[in-house]
Design a protein around this ligand. Structure first.
Ligand SMILES: Cc1cc2nc3c(=O)[nH]c(=O)nc-3n(C[C@H](O)[C@H](O)[C@H](O)COP(=O)(O)OP(=O)(O)OC[C@H]3O[C@@H](n4cnc5c(N)ncnc54)[C@H](O)[C@@H]3O)c2cc1C
Length: 379
């Protein structure tokens, strides 16, 4: 049985970051992934993810976003890969919408760059986007988008360059602790390590069933629509965008050079029984709400048909905050789960946090609101 200093179970967004964080410190570390690196069957695929400081969800995320911006920059520098594109973020909503109020609250505490635009000023600056007279537009110039699969692949490549080992196409069936070591059994082999990090994304309920975490896996459809208009190209200063509307929360990215533009709904409720049962085909209910949004707010996009689509999974916690903590009863084990549809941007900071949680078991948890014994999780 091969023995390592640490094992990372699940090499998606968070696992690849943890693998990199541990390998960079000179530890012998093994990553185990059931599919290929950069696959499209979990939560970290679909070309782009938004990164922003406009954190309406909880202002305490902003120091983590700052650390993550630094982490992505350092990864780009070390690898020579371009992972982040600074497009700016346009957020549109009613002045009293919880999202707008939450961003204002976060801004008053952390003072990141943020502009307030009247509807006319927003439409003059971003001609492809509609803003209604009773809405307000906020613009965060330093926000942008991450190339999600390239980020995962690059973190793994950097980890491999630092000496990590990767086993792909191997599914972990069981893990346990014996004789001061964690033992991890896959469908093909068995490995040991003093420390184990579990980052199984929407499969967390299976691999950490002992914790009975209140995580609900939900399906979200990502769809690409055609637009011939330069108003939506990043090269022509189109931003990533979010619309916080009374009937739903929609978002999207600038069009790629061939004219396809990813537009999706963040809100919704489409439960998945288990991650292996995700329906990846486009279903009749996927299209109409996004089409309605396009009709109302993106008048130059062809919303009648999709160019392509890709189903993805959210892992929702009751308070929609992540769970990143040490295992409450098994020494040497930490886990990250429940990223509630907004976790990817934080991968470098979460990877660092996971490494610290297993390497310094006596250190206090630095982020109370991410602990697994907070009220919303125990309820
Ligand atoms: C449509 C969509 C849009 C999103 N938009 C944004 C955004 O704009 N900005 C943002 O910050 N976040 C966004 N998110 C959220 C973000 O992508 C996720 O929070 C993040 O990717 C979760 O990463 P993860 O590592 O927890 O899960 P995953 O990336 O799914 O990784 C889990 C990995 O564990 C592996 N695994 C599980 N069980 C086993 C096992 N038993 N054996 C071996 N391997 C196993 C899986 O195969 C998988 O690779 C979005 C999510 C979706 C679905």
């Amino acid at each position: 049985m091969k023995t390592f200093d640490a094992i990372v179970l699940g090499i998606g967004g968070m696992g690849s970051a943890a693998l990199h964080a541990l390998a960079r410190r000179g530890l012998s570390v093994l990553g185990i992934e059931q599919f290929a690196i950069g696959h499209d069957r979990g939560s970290s695929h679909g070309e782009y993810r938004i990164i922003r400081r406009s954190y309406f969800e909880h202002p305490d995320y902003i120091p983590l976003v700052d650390a993550s911006f630094e982490g992505w920059r350092a990864l780009e520098k070390a690898s020579g890969e371009r992972l982040f594109e600074r497009t700016g973020l346009l957020v549109v909503g009613n002045r009293d919408h919880a999202v707008i109020e939450g961003i204002e609250r976060a801004h008053s505490r952390y003072r990141f760059a943020l502009e307030r635009l009247t509807p006319d000023a927003a439409m003059a600056r971003f001609p492809g986007f509609r803003v209604a007279p009773d809405q307000i537009a906020l613009f965060e110039p330093d926000a942008g988008m991450l190339r999600v699969e390239d980020c995962v692949i690059t973190m793994c490549q950097q980890a491999l360059d630092a000496g990590a080992t990767l086993e792909t196409g191997q599914t972990v069936r069981r893990w346990w602790r014996e004789d001061g070591q964690c033992v991890v059994e896959t469908d093909r082999s068995c490995f040991r390590a003093a420390r184990l990090i579990i980052a199984a994304g929407p499969w967390t309920g299976t691999i950490l069933s002992d914790l009975e975490l209140p995580i609900r896996v939900e399906r979200r459809m990502q769809m690409w629509f055609r637009t011939p208009e330069s108003a939506y190209r990043a090269a022509d200063r189109a931003p990533v965008f979010c619309y916080a509307l009374d009937h739903g929360f929609f978002y999207g990215f600038p069009a790629e050079p061939a004219g396809a533009m990813k537009i999706a709904e963040h809100s919704g409720n489409d439960p998945v029984g288990s991650a292996d049962e995700l329906v990846r085909a486009r279903l009749p209910h996927d299209l109409p709400r996004v089409q309605g949004f396009i009709r109302d707010y993106l008048p130059l996009v062809h919303g009648d048909e999709t160019v392509r689509h890709s189903a993805c999974m959210y892992s929702m916690t009751p308070d929609e905050h992540f769970i990143v903590d040490r295992h409450p009863s098994t020494p040497g084990v930490a886990f990250a789960a429940g990223f509630s549809g907004h976790g990817f941007k934080f991968a470098p900071a979460i990877g660092e946090l996971l490494a610290k949680l297993v390497l310094d078991p006596a250190a206090p948890h630095p982020y109370e609101f991410l602990r697994c014994d907070r009220a919303a999780i125990l309820r």
